[in-house]
Ligand binder design. Structure first.
Ligand code: SAM
Length: 294
């Protein structure tokens, strides 16, 4: 089953630790994946490690609260051996702030204190690469994460993570029902959009790829996404123009459609021309400076 639902959290970890995860979830994952060595780089109140130890799995728990920083310290070096499963349960952005609140003093490395969603996405990619490095070949690395809607903004942390990691290593996306937030639900009663009652468990399986090749693949993956975005942007503009338009009209529409993208790319007009010129399957010149959908 790709849907997990455990209303009880069990006797593991601390029920008072905000944002903790039911021990039954870890139990089920351990039963399926059968790791011999397990690592949780954000162990919180210790739920995962307690479950693992009870199942005679060698388990290592790290956390910022005890001096380990997953965005600058190597998990592999901290543990001393690769894991068969390296699973994190990070903060869901700033939904619950940990340092200076759930524990100790405010810490700038705390993932729940990121300055923006973009900052969080970037740091979580680094954490996942750190987890991957700490995983043995054919082993699994992954994360438990929810989405967050606040003040009209919906952030899907899981979607960003999937997009930023090697797609050929993605092994499973499980849905986990969330049971511990009923008191927060009342204020959402009259809202059009549903209250979020699920989280994700994302699992990747490490393939034997050297880091340089991996980075190459990731860069290629991101470049492919950007290129296809330009192609679709230009094609959708031509569609709006009735299938045909001169460069002036195309530029005007592109500028209207994608101001943010344009401000990031000072040579955007050249990029539009390059997109038109290099995709003969999509676009054809019909007159001087006039293009149509092929
Ligand atoms: C959602 S909680 C984990 C809860 C845990 N699964 C449990 O059941 O108790 C997230 C944890 O991430 C830790 N954390 C935040 N930033 C971190 C960082 N940079 N490195 C390591 N741990 C971090 C927090 O201290 C917190 O304990």
């Amino acid at each position: 089953m790709s849907i997990l639902s455990y209303p009880e959290r069990g006797q593991w970890g601390k029920s008072s630790w905000r944002g903790n995860c039911s021990g039954h979830v870890y139990k089920e994952l351990f039963e399926r994946l059968q790791p011999k060595v397990f690592v949780d780089p954000m162990v919180g109140s210790g739920t995962s490690v307690e479950v693992a130890k009870e199942m005679n799995i060698e388990a290592h728990g790290l956390d910022l609260h005890s001096g380990f920083n997953a965005i600058s310290d190597s998990i592999l070096l901290a543990v001393g051996k690769p894991a068969d499963l390296c699973l994190s349960h990070p903060p869901y952005g700033g939904m619950i702030v940990y340092s200076g609140n759930v524990w100790g003093q405010a810490n700038p490395n705390d993932l729940s204190r990121c300055e923006s969603d973009e900052d969080f996405h970037e740091k979580m990619q680094l954490v996942l690469l750190n987890q991957r490095e700490a995983t043995a070949g054919r082993g699994y690395y992954g994360t438990i994460i929810g989405d967050w809607r606040r003040s009209g903004v919906y952030t899907s942390y899981q979607a960003e993570m999937i997009a930023r990691m090697p797609r050929e290593e993605l092994a499973a996306v499980l849905i986990k029902a969330q049971h511990n937030c009923t008191s927060d639900r009342k204020q959402y009663g009259s809202m059009k959009l549903p209250f979020i009652l699920h989280e994700y468990i994302l699992l990747w399986q490490k393939k034997a790829t050297p880091v340089l090749v991996l980075l190459n693949k990731l860069a290629h993956q991101q470049y492919g996404r950007l290129t296809s975005t330009w192609k679709n942007l230009v094609k959708s503009v031509l569609m709006q123009l009735g299938g045909k338009g001169d460069l002036g009209a195309i530029y005007e529409h592109v500028q209207r459609e994608a101001p943010q993208k344009l401000s990031e790319n000072p040579n955007w007009k050249a990029k539009v021309r390059q997109t038109l010129n290099q995709n003969a399957d999509l676009f054809k010149p019909v007159d001087r400076g006039v293009w149509a959908i092929a």
